[in-house]
Design a protein around this ligand. Sequence first.
Ligand code: SF4
Ligand code: SF4
Length: 377
Amino acid sequence: MKDDDKSTNESRRNLITRLLQEPPSPENDSLLNETIGDRLAQMGVSRRGFMQFCAGMASMMAIPAAMVPRMAAAALAAKPSVIYMSFQECTGCLESLVNSSIQSSANSTTIENLILNLVSLDYQETLMTSAGHEAETIRDEIMAANNGSFVLIVDGSIPKDPTNGYFISGGKSGVTRFVEAANQAGLILAVGTCAAFGGLPNADPNPTGAVSIGELMASKGINKPLINISGCPPIAEVITGVIMYYLTYGAAPALDSLKRPRVFYGEDIHDECYRKDYFEKGLFANTFDDAGARQGYCLLKLGCKGPISNNACSEVKWNARTSFPMKSGHGCMGCSQPYFWDGGVTTAKANPVPFWKNGPYKSPSFYSPLPASLVDD
Ligand code: SF4
Ligand code: SF4
């Protein structure tokens, strides 16, 4: 890592720590008087750079170019409070988000960079320095001060029975903690497949009785806008893009039947995959390291679920838009679909083909050669 990058990362971490550490009081926190414009200027982000960022966001989300000034104005005018709560999860969703942020340089106008500067991330158990009663007090105060308007980001699924003892935090069950926050939120983002559809904790035999955020909301009669941002983990830019859309329009973007933003989940992975030409020519890799695989042949026979998985991986890509699984030689596992852990990529848990059995196309383990007798032609 270059020295510049190190100091950039260190100053960003210090800023984040300060933002999360200091209670919001006008007497002791000069940050409260700082505008987003000031913050961007400190980061070396020019007005032109910021407008380019907004234009890029608008383009990615198919927002008309005429809306770019409105998006910029909304982002500069409001710094929405975000409460980020984690339940039964592996922290991969947050890891994805934070790594994207840290990898960007201070003066870049990427959305990864701006996530921690355009929103006020007021509570996140893993990132914040405060802990215990202090952290809970901060959360309660922020929720009260922003009642009805803050964005609640949730990762992880929640045991539906609050008395079974499987999830307790701050002395409260997961159900109690979520319901408290959800009732005061303006918008709820269920981030990651665990929150959106139950995910790994919900996989058979689901010992904790975990359910998705949507199912829990329905059972508790919570009627707040919910957006599912599925993926294991989800793409950081997709999370930020949805928040920017909400800032611009004051409403959720158009959603699919699984409450996922159509702009990111409207197409399947296969639609934009660079191996699709080979798929159409009927050229398939038979092992992960055969000559065809190296030439970019389609990975369908090795279990790729791109044609039946909806996500933006092949368009938005991963790791600062560097690559995506099929580009590095691995098929899609369908992580953005319901029940993918033990039900394949359908919406029914009864589907008997989990992702690790490679779907309808027979093949042995990912790493051993594929005998010709096992290939469906
Ligand atoms: S590798 Fe997967 S996503 Fe890409 S063309 Fe083949 S089936 Fe479609
Ligand atoms: S390519 Fe498929 S398995 Fe990989 S992250 Fe995207 S949706 Fe998930």
